[in-house]
Design a protein around this ligand. Structure first.
Ligand SMILES: NC(=O)c1ccc[n+]([C@@H]2O[C@H](COP(=O)([O-])OP(=O)(O)OC[C@H]3O[C@@H](n4cnc5c(N)ncnc54)[C@H](O)[C@@H]3O)[C@@H](O)[C@H]2O)c1
Length: 255
């Protein structure tokens, strides 16, 4: 489905990352991939993961999204190797641990800024330099969560950041539409990952979905991979500015 397409994935940390489930789905669909990771610390694990599980050899690049030079380097390498880009997967979020444990009202100025910069501004920062490479249009996919719209205990500043992220998706979709670049978000239900475990009470979220979602189960990583494949492919060519839930239907319930 993605033969001949080139994409970059931001936010792979380990085999539990949503970015890894997405990587597998996109690689199996035939895409040529570049994969970025936050810094040297992640490199050995990611090299091993990719070598053991992918049939192709993606371009592996470090990229801390708080560093414009590293973002530029990613696109310079992609330009040299592939000469174009068709999609971006942005699977990055961060908030200070104390801001996911204490009362929301106590969020510090710097904690607020950090969460917004890494989790929201980074979507703009990784998209802007990619536009010249998206010569035939493109698809940009980010990851959000229901905590943007509803209060999820302890999600706190991340909920505010996800609300801003979903708004950014709409503004970007509006501006980039005439270049045939689509921008959408996936909103998965809870999945046990490194970031998710940083939220106090996370296992309770998992249990609540199992008990209350229409499908009466948690979602699997592969289901997020499939939804990302849909959004990165031409099958979704009429969809932009939207948030698609992959949460076993949990978000539709009022009671
Ligand atoms: N796991 C869930 O339950 C869940 C549910 C809904 C949405 N999401 C979203 O999915 C996305 C991926 O999270 P995940 O659950 O796979 O966890 P994860 O910890 O595997 O991925 C988060 C990634 O963000 C990266 N990151 C953080 N700061 C960065 C920086 N400054 N520069 C570059 N990369 C940075 C980390 O290195 C990591 O790879 C996030 O946006 C998260 O909010 C997760």
């Amino acid at each position: 489905m993605l033969e001949g397409k080139v994409g970059v994935i931001f936010g792979l940390a380990n085999q539990h990352s949503l970015a890894w489930h997405i990587t597998k789905a996109l690689a199996e669909a035939g895409a040529n991939l570049a994969i970025t990771y936050q810094g040297e610390r992640f490199e050995p694990k990611i090299k091993k993961l990719v070598a053991n599980h992918l049939k192709t050899s993606p371009l592996l690049l470090p990229c801390n999204v708080q560093n414009d030079g590293e973002i530029e380097n990613v696109y310079s390498e992609i330009g040299q190797k592939f000469g174009k880009l068709d999609f971006i997967v942005h699977s990055i979020a961060y908030a200070l641990r104390e801001d996911l444990e204490n009362e929301f009202i106590t969020t510090s100025r710097s904690g607020f800024q950090t969460a917004m910069e890494v989790s929201v501004y980074s979507l703009l920062a990784v998209t802007r330099p990619a536009i010249p490479l998206m010569k035939d249009g493109g698809s940009i996919v980010t990851l959000t969560y229901l905590g943007s719209q509803r209060v999820i205990p302890n999600y706190n500043i991340m909920g505010v950041a996800k609300a801003a992220l979903e708004s950014a998706v709409r503004y970007m979709a509006y501006e980039l539409g005439e270049k045939n670049i689509r921008v959408n978000a996936l909103s998965p239900g809870p999945v046990n990952t490194l970031s998710a475990r940083g939220i106090k009470g996370f296992t309770g979220f998992l249990a609540d979905v199992r008990n209350n979602a229409p499908l009466k189960r948690n979602i699997e990583g592969s289901e997020i991979g499939s939804a990302a494949l849909f959004l990165c492919s031409d099958l979704s060519r009429g969809i932009t500015g939207d948030t698609i839930f992959v949460d076993a239907g949990y978000h539709i319930k009022g009671y």
